[in-house]
Design a binder for this molecule. Structure first.
Ligand SMILES: [Zn+2]
Length: 94
């Protein structure tokens, strides 16, 4: 017994942008874990590094962000949807 935290993972289905995704939910801590960041949770283990969320909406938006691989700089440069935010900075200088 070396682990301090013994999660009881439950695999839940969520819908992300119309696609089904399986996520991990720990019944002990009521935490959701991202299976893409830490696939160990799918096997009942504790992910060495993962993303945890207290509510499902946060997890879903996180999974959504995986589509664009915002943080993992893979070769996927195909996703070049340039999100040009209109930086309307109002300059009230007179
Ligand atoms: Zn993730």
């Amino acid at each position: 017994m070396s682990s301090r935290w013994a999660p009881k993972w439950e695999l839940l289905n969520v819908t992300v942008n119309g696609r089904d995704e399986v996520v991990c939910f720990d019944k002990e801590t009521k935490l959701y874990a991202c299976p893409r960041c830490g696939p160990e949770c799918m096997k009942g283990g504790i992910p060495s590094s993962s993303s945890y969320f207290f509510n499902r909406e946060d997890l879903i938006s996180h999974l959504n962000a995986h589509r664009y691989a915002l943080w993992s700089k893979k070769k996927s440069r195909e996703v070049t949807e340039e999100v040009e935010e209109e930086g309307e900075e109002e300059e009230d200088e007179e």
